[in-house]
Design a binder for this molecule. Sequence first.
Ligand code: ZN
Length: 353
Amino acid sequence: MRGVFSITKTYYNWFMMTKILSTRRLQLLLILLLIVSATGCGTKSRDSIRPPQKNVKKPKAPPIDLQKIKPNELGKVLILEYHDVSDKEARWSRHYNNFKADLQRLYQAGYRPVSLRDFVRNRISVPAGMSPVVFTFDDATEGQFRYTDTAIDPNCAVAILEDFHEKHPGWALEATFYVYYPNPFRQPKLIEKKLRHIISQGMDIGNHTYSHVNLKKLSSIDAAKEIALSVQAARNYAPKAIVDSIALPYGLGPVDEAVLRSGEYDGQNYQNIAALLVGAEPALSPADTKFNPYRLPRVQAIQSELDMWLGYFKRHPEKRYISDGDPDTITAPKSLAGNIDHGRLAGKRPRSY
Ligand SMILES: [Zn+2]
């Protein structure tokens, strides 16, 4: 505001002078000078209020004992794949009590949630010594998100995630729900309310195609249509939704991988930064030269697979992504330094020990 006042004042002074001098050539010259001085004046007064952004220093992460924490930001990451969450434990359903136990187990074992987007963008931000874990939910079943009358069912996945987040400081509320249409979460009158709720809580809606199709069997045009319509539907219900990753139904993508990355149908554009497979192992670090965001493996969140992979990382901590706690560096043991993809550092400084 200060800038505006001083511009008005300056303008007034020049205007009075031009009136007094009142020759046409002088007026033109003075108007020119006015423009130059007004522009300069505005910039100067803004600078005096707020220093330029580049001079603002980010807080530095405290130094860590590398030998004690043994960070390995080239280690592997668990992307967990849930389907239904219900009162049954089955191949495609996790009992809600077991889901609650999964969160507790991961928490105690030093895992902390990051979004799929931050993982793919190599913006993993968890404290030193902790490991990222990515939560994904496929098929938008009612057990993932259910309302009873007006309240959220405390035993659906969304409520369990929110409750755990509230009770455990440092446990971020991050998950992506890979939904398909026309009836995601199976309570047709509440679709808009649910999708908006997910977005308002900072979680994400992902693409699982519009009608849960096998993309491999479709022409490129039809595959693009299925992907684009899913984005369009999400944004119709929740305009703030950013749908930028896809979980491939049956783990199968279109023949032409370019269709997966970006496309358009009937005026609806889409861009996917990642595509998720159905199985069957932890994913490579996003800083690894072999990282392929369009073929991301996941670990099925069923008892046997969780036991196997959590047990594996316990026995082989050197295989697990362990954060250095510093968002500005990528730290790995010397033996793995050659695996760093310098094109995917996202501004971070590589460091080995
Ligand atoms: Zn599915």
